[in-house]
Design a binder for this molecule. Structure first.
Ligand code: PLP
Ligand code: COI
Length: 345
């Protein structure tokens, strides 16, 4: 087989059915060994736990083709671990890290022709998902679950690629204080749908959520963590006052890159909305978002404009972006254990 013929440079961030996916079922107290299938559909009883009480969690990671033609993934062990944390918090049976990596190897190698070519601007987005599949009518966890891992080639999450976006301060919360904001539960995203539709209708690319306890500090957006650069060129990373920010793999990697590769000072602390005007640069970071620069925040009609402007990324975020994507795509040497190569036959 050969690479699929797609207009790689112009695909958006949307689902495209690829050839194969991995499925494992949890029944009688254990996960089965899993298998690859070409069936993208799931048939469930109308009373399945996921349909009644939203018992589901998911992950997101990417596979990249390197310049020398290898296929690599970025820190998948952290996605596997976060999925274990999500499952435990939702009373779902954890899917082991070893089986997660085995599923990843199988899905990506089975779909190797869908991995976008090096330099095309597209990547293969991988979506592991787990849900309660057996019937539940009283409020309790399901007895049976399904884990799936599928993939789809994607382009940039925000239209315009690396062009700065405008975000708004949301009046809604995406998570409760000490609730499920720090895990990747599907229900967090259901919570954010009305807010994102509202923001899009008003012309904004994303919502900035404030901490749900006091609504005075910056948390994250609906699909990415936030980073700032202060007037001294230091990286400032918001910390949640109510443990409701998702621990982004990308953000944790950026903090490491900033401190250990670029020699920047990093402050991880609560960031008040009323101090944001002092920062020079802002970015959204995540698997889908990569690092997307923010030019302006709209806070109820008042604009907070960053010095980096609406034309291009600021200089510090550009350096972080170049280093992070250089590591992800094999152009730069990665810290030990960050790159997991997929063996293909
Ligand atoms: N925050 C939210 C709410 C997200 O959905 C995501 C996406 O996964 C992130 C942050 C970024 O996390 P990661 O870098 O692990 O993809
Ligand atoms: C990801 O970046 O993987 C996410 O899950 C974010 C989602 C909004 C696409």
């Amino acid at each position: 087989m050969a690479k699929k013929e797609l207009d790689w440079a112009n695909i958006g961030f949307s689902y495209m059915k690829t050839d194969y996916r991995y499925v494992s079922d949890f029944k009688n107290g254990k996960w089965d060994e899993g298998h690859i299938t070409d069936d993208a559909n799931v048939v469930l009883n109308e009373c399945a736990g996921v349909l009644q009480y939203s018992q589901s969690c998911f992950e997101g990671l990417k596979a990249y083709e390197t310049e020398d033609g290898r296929i690599v993934t970025f820190r998948p062990d952290l996605n596997a671990k976060r999925m274990v944390d999500s499952a435990k918090r939702l009373e779902m049976p954890p899917f082991s890290e070893e089986q997660f990596i085995d599923a990843l190897d199988k899905v990506v190698s089975a779909n190797k022709d869908w991995v976008p070519p090096y330099g095309s601007g597209a990547t293969l987005y991988i979506r592991p998902v787990m849900f309660g599949s057996s019937v539940v009518i009283g409020v309790k966890p399901a007895d049976e679950y399904q884990f799936r891992m599928f993939c789809t080639p994607v382009g940039p999450y925000f239209k315009g690629g690396a062009k700065p976006i405008v975000v708004k301060v949301s009046d809604f919360d995406r998570a409760a204080p000490h609730g499920t904001g720090n895990i990747k539960a599907g229900l967090n995203y259901a919570m954010s749908l009305h807010a994102i539709v509202t923001a899009h209708n008003e012309g904004f690319a994303e919502n900035v959520y404030l901490d749900p306890a006091t609504r005075t500090t910056i948390e994250e957006t609906g699909g990415a963590n936030i980073i700032f650069v202060d007037a001294d060129g230091n990286l400032v990373v918001p910390k949640s006052a109510s443990d409701s920010i998702l621990p982004s793999v990308t953000r944790r990697s950026i903090v490491y890159v900033a401190e250990h590769i670029l020699g920047l000072k990093v402050e991880e602390r609560t960031v008040r909305l009323d101090e944001v005007h002092n920062f020079k640069e802002m970015g959204l970071c995540g698997t889908a978002a990569v690092i997307s620069p923010v030019g302006k925040i709209n806070d109820h009609g008042k604009e907070i404009c960053f010095e980096s402007g609406m034309e291009k990324m600021g200089p510090v975020i550009q350096k972080l972006y170049d280093t992070l994507t250089g590591i992800q795509m094999g152009r730069l040497e990665a810290p030990e254990g960050w790159i997991h190569e997929i063996k293909v036959d």
